[in-house]
Structure formats: C-alpha cells, structure tokens
Design a protein around this ligand. Sequence first.
Ligand code: PEP
Length: 247
Amino acid sequence: MRRSLVVGNWKMNGTLASAEALARGVIAGLDSSTDVAVCVPSVFLPGLQTVAKGTFLALGAQNVADKESGAFTGEISASMLVEVGCKYVLVGHSERRTYYGDSNASVAARFCQAQSKGLIPILCIGETLEQREQDQTFSVIDEQLDAVISAAGIAAFANAVLAYEPVWAIGTGRTATDEQAQEVHHYIRQYLALKDQAIAENMQILYGGSAKPDNAKGLFAMPDIDGGLIGGASLDADSFLQICRSV
Ligand code: PEP
C-alpha cells in the first residue's frame, strides 16, 4: 500500500514571520494519518526547523545545487539543506525549467546530489499546453524520466517521489480533469514498470496543477494519484489542510 503525501510549494512568497505563522497554522491541524510537507524558501528553513521540530510537518526546499560544493555562486548544496532540517527537495519544477533553464541533464544531476545526502527528491515532470496539443505528452514524460533514470538508475526511484504537473495547469486555475490526470499517472507507472515492477508499484506519484479544496478529493480518488503538490492553495493554512484531509 502506498502512503499518501501532500506537499505545499510556497514558491517565493512571504516573510519569515508570515512563514512561521503559516507553518504553525498547518501544524495545528495535522495528525499522523497523512504525510505532509512544505517546500519553503531556503532562507526560512532555519526558522521553520524550530517551528516544525517534533511535529507531523516535514520540511523541503524548492531546489538544490547540481554540484556537491565549491565555487557555484548562488547555489545551495544538498548537505546545506540537510543541515537545516530538510527531508524533501523539489527538482525540475516547471518554473525552474522555464525561467532558469534547468535542463533534463541538470535536473538529473540535482536529483543525484539530493539523494547522495539522503534528501528525498520530488522530481517534477509534465508537458506544456503546446506539447499536449501536439500529442507529445507521453514522449515529453519519457524524456524527462529517461534523463534521471540514466543518471541515477531505476533503483534510485525507491527513494524518490514523482510529481506530474501539467505546465498548463500550474498557477492558471485550469486543473487537469480527474481522468486526464489519471491517464498520465497510469502511463508513468506503466513506464516505470517496464524497468522495475516493484519500484513502479511503490512509487508515490503526486498530482500538481491548480489543486484546490474543491477538486482535490476527485483527483486523489484516482487509483494512480497518491497525493498532491500544491502551490497557491498551500499559502492558506485552512485550504491546505482541507486538501490534506482529502487524501
Ligand atoms: C506548483 O507550483 O507546483 C503548483 C502545482 O502550483 P499551483 O497549485 O498554484 O498550480
């Protein structure tokens, strides 16, 4: 049985004070029934480490360097993230791929760096609207997965999470239908099963893209959807908790 997981992506929002208040609000509504994490701006991690200590809220970062250490101005290494209490880290979020040029190769290197220090990478994959309209959804998914499988090996996916995020649904208010999301989640699981059946069956595959309290239940009820990666709706404790309770 796969456990459900709901992850908030706070992106570049808030102040340290508002971040701590939001984390406290989320923590107040959590119990052990669902795994819940928030991926927060890295500078807030030390403060949130104190707030989240001994609670059911796990912490994550939104990106990690593709190198271990050294002269890489502006980057944050996997070991630094471990030191400030991270369990998870997003890799390959579409905003990183689109605005900051993270390529499949650099995403794969970030995935490997994260795992080398014991972080659980949440590998984000998904097609743009143009790619969907040109029937390229599955080939885009294949390429994004293959880059990481060839760098890290399929066995590495035993300690990773996948997030299917159709780019056209992120932050747009336009959600994939339950069936559209399920179709791609099922495809991803089948694709992994061609390489390793057990890994595929145990893989947590989250849906991301304008998930909200009113559509989360339907999405999470789909057989291959194991939870969500939540952007906008994770910035409000009540909305996020409602989504967490929908798994
Ligand atoms: C995301 O940023 O991963 C995301 C899914 O955002 P939103 O929920 O706002 O679409």
